[in-house]
Every structure is written in structure tokens, then in C-alpha cells.
Design a protein around this ligand. Structure first.
Ligand code: PGA
Length: 261
């Protein structure tokens, strides 16, 4: 393993989206928590609907499993009916939040500007944002146009200070790969992750860029996860469909473990 990768603990995040009922959440956690208690070299998290988060935080209190919100508002409190406050998420013990997922951008009109507001709101309330970058970087992977992806990373991080950016995780999730069954190749994912790291180096410094985790997401499965996570700039995966079952989720954590051994 490269020296640089040693600085970054692999992170496997399930994104359940809107796919679980309360009893299923409970049963899933019951099944995964005992094996996860033995895992200390990989961080594991589950993003779930807001209504489950407080119970999940309680149920995972003695476990290393991280509870992740799927969205957050950009104001700390106020007259925003139906939204969730970053302050309230932090108050109940949530530590991570997805920001700017492709489905938020597509179905709920999130833009680079609102993503940036949410990233800053999360950080000022002590939440660690997992920022989705959904630009199609296939052209970049063929050494063509990288500019839109660079711009999206820079826009998401505007106003984020050097001492805060270490709390950020970036997830590269190309739109065409999410839920499609067509993952990026390990090589495409690595080239995109490397470009993101170069952008972070430019925005902050090379030393800081080496400390920030970059995940890949989009049709990850137990079959393709090993080659993707084995790439030098990829520090984990953000997984929808394939992480809905406890065994698959645990397998993905095991695979992450093998990438650092
Ligand atoms: P998928 O979803 O793994 O089902 O493609 C990934 C995501 O939406 O984050």
C-alpha cells in the first residue's frame, strides 16, 4: 500500500435511500453490529431516512458503526417546514451527512450553490459532510475535459477553511453509474479520484489533499468493490442497492479491510 493511503482509513458507506422500514432497520443493525465490533481498520456507516436516525444512534451507541443523514438544510434553525436542521442532527448524535447526492440534485433541484451552503452548515455544526461529485468524468478518464468536475469540487468547498476540510469526505458518483448496474471501471474511478485529489491539492495543499478520503459510488457490488477499492486514490465506497442486505454490507467492509493488508 502507498504511504499516502496509510493516512486515510477506508470508509464503507451504505446509502439506504428510501428503502427500509423501521423493523428492517432494527434487524439489519442487530445482524451487523457484532461482526463490526471486531473491525477497527475500516470505518463503516449507514445513511438512512431522518425518521430512523435517533433510534439508530441509540442502537449503535456501543458500536463503531456511523449513522449518516441523507440530507440536511443549510440554515441552523428557522421557518423551513419539512427540512432538517444540521444543529438538530448533531444534537441527536449524528456525525456524518450526505450532501449533494445525485438524486437530490436531480429530483429536488439542488445546485452547486445549495450544496456549498449545506457543506458549510454541516461543518459549522460539527457534522462531517460526505460530498457527492456527480460530474461525468469519462471524458477526463480519456484525458479530455476535466474542467466541469474541477469546478464542481471547488464550488462545493467554497468558504471551507483549511482547518475544516479534513472533516470532509468526497464521493465520486458519476450519474450514469448510480443504480444503473454499470459501474465505472477501476481505472476510470481512479483517474477521477486522482483528479479530485489534485483539485484538493490546488485548493488547499498537497499535504492536506493526501488526508482527505475520496470514495467511489455507483453500482458498486461485492464483485467489483475489490478492484475499485484497491486503487491508490480510492478510500472506500458509497453503496446503494448492494448494501441493502446485511451480509453484502459486511462483505464490503471485509473487502475494504483486505485493501489495507
Ligand atoms: P447504487 O447507488 O449503488 O445503487 O448505484 C449508489 C448511490 O446512490 O449512492
Amino acid at each position: 500500500m502507498s504511504q499516502h493511503k496509510i493516512q486515510r482509513k477506508p470508509f464503507v458507506v451504505a446509502n439506504w435511500k428510501m428503502n427500509k422500514l423501521a423493523h428492517q432497520v432494527h434487524e439489519f443493525l442487530d445482524e451487523v453490529m457484532p461482526p463490526l465490533a471486531q473491525v477497527d481498520q475500516v470505518e463503516a456507516g449507514i445513511a438512512a431516512q431522518d425518521i430512523f436516525l435517533a433510534d439508530m444512534v441509540r442502537q449503535t451507541a456501543d458500536s463503531p458503526l456511523q449513522v449518516v443523514a441523507e440530507n440536511v438544510h443549510w440554515e441552523d434553525y428557522g421557518a423551513y417546514t419539512g427540512e432538517t436542521s444540521p444543529r438538530a442532527l448533531a444534537d441527536i448524535g449524528v456525525r456524518y451527512v450526505l450532501v449533494g447526492h445525485f438524486e437530490r440534485r436531480k429530483f429536488f433541484n439542488e445546485t452547486d450553490a445549495t450544496v456549498n451552503l449545506k457543506v458549510n452548515a454541516a461543518l459549522r455544526n460539527g457534522l462531517k459532510p460526505i460530498i457527492d461529485i456527480d460530474e461525468d468524468m469519462r471524458a477526463y478518464a480519456q484525458f479530455m475535459d476535466a474542467e466541469p468536475a474541477v469546478a464542481q469540487v471547488a464550488a462545493a468547498l467554497a468558504g471551507v477553511a483549511v482547518d475544516q476540510v479534513r472533516n470532509v469526505t468526497i464521493a465520486y458518483e458519476p450519474t450514469w453509474a448510480i443504480g444503473s448496474g454499470e459501474a465505472a471501471s477501476a481505472d476510470q474511478a481512479q483517474k477521477a479520484a486522482h483528479l479530485i485529489r489534485q483539485t484538493l491539492a490546488h485548493l488547499y495543499s498537497p499535504v492536506i489533499a493526501e488526508k482527505i478520503r475520496i470514495l467511489y459510488g455507483g453500482s458498486v457490488t461485492v464483485d467489483n468493490a475489490r478492484s475499485i477499492m484497491g486503487q491508490p486514490d480510492i478510500d472506500g465506497v458509497l453503496v446503494g442497492k448492494a448494501a441493502l442486505h446485511p451480509k453484502a454490507f459486511l462483505d464490503l467492509v471485509d473487502i475494504a479491510q483486505t485493501t489495507i493488508e
